[in-house]
Design a protein around this ligand. Structure first.
Ligand SMILES: [Fe+2]
Ligand SMILES: [Fe+2]
Length: 233
């Protein structure tokens, strides 16, 4: 049994690419096939794969169905986190998605999943990239921190004390050394923080990577991993 993670699939079996310039280069050519082949080789039916957000370019659910069917066809148990591009997943609809895909896909927000004696907790997160106003960014950070707290607290209430924490956004932005998200990882004793969102080589070192204050930080954006899901446990 193993736990894998990868993010930023940016599938578009149905939807038009909204920012085609972002996903260019050899690594993005035929990336759906590369990922499916790597998953088939690495991941067995007993394993878990966490998909760390930015699943689909589709805006409406009807534009994402083929993308979600592709994810469903990957081997193992699939847990999905919400990315900033996942317009199909409105924040209030997590429970509905979990009902729709019961037994097939698992959507992580304001809840948690388990893997052996670990609780898998997480939320989209937020890292300021210079685009929003500072006030708006602070509001987004606080809202996401609250969702993360809810996830940790639900896991603790169920008796879990070992945590792997997932974020779509990096835990710190380019200018930060720590954040509310790194402080929460430390406070709750998360053993690993796994995140994506940073794609394109120039962004791979925007945030923390490797071990810091006893926590391992892993960037798992698909192009960074060259479409090989990372085994995190
Ligand atoms: Fe992305
Ligand atoms: Fe993203």
């Amino acid at each position: 049994m193993a736990l894998y993670a990868i993010g930023d699939l940016h599938l578009h079996f149905q939807a038009e690419l909204r920012a085609p310039g972002q996903l260019t280069g050899k690594v993005w050519q035929d990336h759906e096939r590369k990922l499916a082949e790597n998953c088939a080789r690495l991941i067995g039916p007993e394993d878990t794969l966490v998909l760390v957000g930015d699943h689909s370019w589709g805006r409406r659910f009807s534009e994402c169905e083929k993308d979600l069917a592709y994810i469903e066809a990957l081997p193992g148990r699939k847990i999905l986190l919400r990315g900033n591009h996942d317009m199909f997943w409105e924040s209030g609809k997590t429970e509905k998605l979990n009902q729709m895909f019961e037994g097939r896909l698992h959507f992580l927000q304001n809840n948690f999943y388990t893997y052996e004696d670990y609780a898998l907790v997480g939320t989209k997160g937020y890292a300021y990239e210079g685009l929003d106003s500072r006030e708006h960014a602070a509001m987004l950070v606080e809202r996401e921190a609250e969702r993360l707290r809810t996830s940790f607290e639900a896991a603790m209430a169920a008796g879990y004390s070992r945590f792997i924490m997932f974020l779509h956004y990096p835990p710190t932005n380019f200018w930060e050394r720590n954040s509310i998200f790194t402080r929460m990882a430390e406070k709750y004793g998360a053993e690993q923080v796994v995140y994506a969102h940073c794609h394109g080589e120039q962004r791979f070192h925007d945030s923390i990577r490797g071990k810091k204050r006893g926590i391992r930080y892993n960037l798992v954006s698909g192009d960074c991993l060259r479409w090989h899901p990372l085994c995190i446990l």
